[in-house]
Design a protein around this ligand. Structure first.
Ligand SMILES: [Mn+2]
Length: 345
């Protein structure tokens, strides 16, 4: 029995498992009649809480802490680092028989590249799939693509990007157990050259789950419309969840950037039951190309100054945790820092 352990609830995790089952295992001459798909949360691998076996494939997930057969990932945070304890530049001991970390846009694309380099012949649809996953995993939609996929989805004649997004809604419902069941089941079914060309894709329930997902997103957008607040001086939109009296729908994380075309950043603030407030900051993915401020660094500083020190992220997106009573001060600090950075260019 071979297990494919992959990133749960994730479109890239889903397609990485698909490419492995359909093409990588046959290429490695591994029997595919007895494959088990296991969707897993990255933290479980990071903290070594998941019982990995030496025959496992681990995809789109952090570097395992115990021996497996195959590991592939593209997340910057799991890039194997050079060992600091020795003087020379020794890379950490290999933990998987086949191990690859690459700076690819998607793990799906990484596996497709690898098979192509090995001269393994793939159907032409697979290369279209790579383009789609590279786009969805890096959130590089155009505003029009975003609109057509999430706001006014076209069920009559969807293109491949839309079809792929529809498929992802089946394992992104509000029920985590249902998500894992559907995720595993779809990958266990007989497959066509790509998932959206497999016979199960035409099951009407795929469409019902998509319709429900987009209605949930629309409800969330309507709710956010009541609390979004634009701060023009700092070119920020603030989504302060403390103002909400009810919760509804599912998050549509690109909506704020689509709605506020002049905003350069968005800030989300919400209270947590442990006495802290969580702040998330992101860059406008559609309309803002420059980057005068390192958001991860700003989050780190904010977390240290107004909380217990937890905060960080990437240049374009980050988050921190502050004490509840400091939340307003932390928000003002962030707005001031962004204002300074924008005006000192
Ligand atoms: Mn990924």
């Amino acid at each position: 029995m071979t297990r494919i352990i992959t990133h749960q609830h994730c479109l890239d995790g889903f397609h990485s498992a698909f490419i492995a089952k359909q093409y990588l295992l046959p290429f490695l001459k591994i029997d595919t009649t007895n494959i088990v798909i296991v969707p897993v949360n990255p933290t479980e691998i990071e903290l070594d809480q998941f019982e990995l076996q030496e025959t496992d494939f681990v995809l789109d997930l952090p570097r395992p802490k115990r021996p497996v057969f195959f590991w592939a990932d593209h997340h910057p945070t799991s890039k194997p680092r050079k060992d600091n304890s020795t003087s020379s530049s020794i890379t950490p001991q290999q933990i998987a028989k086949h191990e690859m970390w690459r700076d690819n846009a998607s793990c799906t694309g990484l596996l497709i590249d690898y098979l192509t380099e090995q001269n393994y012949s793939l159907p032409k649809e697979v290369f279209l799939l790579k383009e789609i996953l590279d786009k969805t995993d890096t959130a590089s939609y155009t505003p029009k693509e975003y609109e057509e996929c999430f706001v006014t989805p076209n069920f009559i004649n969807p293109n491949l990007l839309q079809q792929t997004i529809f498929l992802s809604t089946t394992f992104q419902t509000k029920d985590a157990v249902l998500n894992n069941i559907l995720f595993t089941h779809l990958l266990t079914e007989p497959q066509g050259p790509i998932p959206t060309l497999s016979s199960y894709y035409n099951n009407p329930y795929i469409k019902f789950l998509s319709i429900a997902h987009f209605q949930n997103m629309a409800e969330w957008r309507a709710l956010m419309d009541t609390i979004f607040e634009e701060n023009k001086e700092a070119a920020c939109v603030i989504q302060d969840d403390r103002k909400l009296t009810i919760r509804r729908g599912v998050v549509d994380r690109f909506y704020v950037y689509y709605k506020f075309k002049d905003a350069k950043y968005s800030i989300n603030l919400r209270d947590h039951e442990d006495g802290t407030s969580r702040i998330g900051i992101g860059k406008n993915v559609f309309y803002f190309k420059e980057q005068p401020i390192d958001i991860g660094q700003l989050c780190k500083t904010t977390g240290k100054t107004y909380g217990n020190g937890s905060g960080g992220g990437h240049k374009d997106v980050g988050g921190c945790s502050v004490l509840k009573e400091n939340a307003n001060d932390a928000l003002n600090f962030i707005l001031q820092e962004i204002k300074n950075a924008l005006h000192s260019k």
